[in-house]
Design a protein around this ligand. Structure first.
Ligand code: NAP
Length: 283
């Protein structure tokens, strides 16, 4: 079974090792990569994610700063903080943890981040540049999916890829990245008719729906590759993906586990993007 797993632990360890080396090299040139993370309120999941991001930075020698703002912060105050960070030359990456409280316009906040420091790759400028294949910060989770396929030696050229999910942070961008690798891409969503008919034709299925056990083995072609982006809790409260692992494992040639899969790649790519931004200072 192990030979079928694409391990996020392995791939992210490789990325982190490379990041560590690059940090040392940048430090030797007088550049100290720094990530500023803004968190608004005390959403438990967000607090956990942010803690993980700081831990990863510390592990790799990246300076990270936490800017905690109360749930009641005004949009103006938040925008002013972002502007301060945009103008601070010691800051290379700015990340605003989502979701934001309802009284704040997420689009306005994200797009206030300088595109040059947008290490999440969420600003309209970065999304646009990614879509036209220009240099940009690619969003961390979609890039993580592609990194895992690369690591497993899977060439996407000419492959039939089905993406299930069309969110702005996962489904759409991962479809664009797969297209850039010359895959033939189909995007499915909640209004798609007969998804199983489409997935059964796919060489690679990337599932990002947010429903435990959504993708079952009978929806796959034998030998298909499954990249499972979902992070859910099953009825026993255990972390699980969108793929029903037990029914998929006998059918697939490769699959990413949850936990220990794409989630770790998301974290690793944030580090990679922060280093990319810091390296831009050398240009
Ligand atoms: P989202 O914004 O809720 O989008 C879910 C997508 O799935 C939507 O496009 C929706 O279609 C589609 N969908 C929902 N039910 C469906 C159904 N029955 N049949 C077909 N499509 C259906 O979620 P997201 O932010 O993309 O996240 C998806 C999953 O990935 C979640 O479990 C999330 O926790 C996880 N995630 C993981 C990472 C990571 O680092 N591993 C990062 C981000 C997200 P419509 O557009 O038609 O509504």
């Amino acid at each position: 079974m192990d030979s079928k797993l694409i391990s996020g632990k392995e791939v992210s360890a490789q990325i982190k090792a490379q990041v560590k080396e690059e940090v040392i090299s940048l430090n030797n040139q007088g550049i100290y990569p720094k990530l500023s993370v803004i968190i608004v309120g005390e959403n438990p999941a967000s607090l956990t994610y942010v803690k993980g991001k700081h831990k990863d930075c510390a592990e790799c020698g990246i300076i990270s700063e936490n800017i905690a703002m109360p749930e009641t912060v005004s949009q103006g105050e938040l925008l002013a903080e972002i502007e301060r960070l945009n103008n601070d030359d010691s800051v290379h990456g700015i990340l605003v943890q989502l979701p934001l409280p309802k009284h704040i316009d997420e689009y306005a906040v994200i797009n206030a981040i300088s595109a040059a420091k947008d290490v999440d790759g969420f600003t309209a400028v970065n999304v646009g540049n990614m879509n036209i294949g220009k240099d940009c910060f690619t969003p961390c989770t979609p890039q993580g999916c592609i990194d895992m396929l690369d690591y497993a030696g899977i060439d996407m050229t000419g492959k039939d890829v089905v993406v299930i999910g069309r969110s702005n942070i996962v489904g759409k961008p991962v479809a664009v990245l797969a297209l850039q690798r010359s895959a033939t891409v189909t995007i499915c969503h909640s209004k798609t008719k007969n998804i199983a008919e489409k997935t059964r034709m796919a060489d690679i299925v990337i599932v990002a729906v947010g429903r435990a056990g959504f993708l079952t083995g009978d929806m796959l072609k034998p030998g298909a590759v499954v990249i499972d982006v979902g992070i859910n809790r099953n009825s026993e409260g255990k972390l699980c993906g969108d793929a029903d692992f037990d029914s998929c494992i006998d059918v697939v040639s490769k699959i990413t586990p949850v936990p220990g899969g794409v989630g770790l790649m998301t974290r690793a790519n944030l580090l990679k993007n922060t280093i990319k931004s810091a390296k831009n200072c050398l240009k």
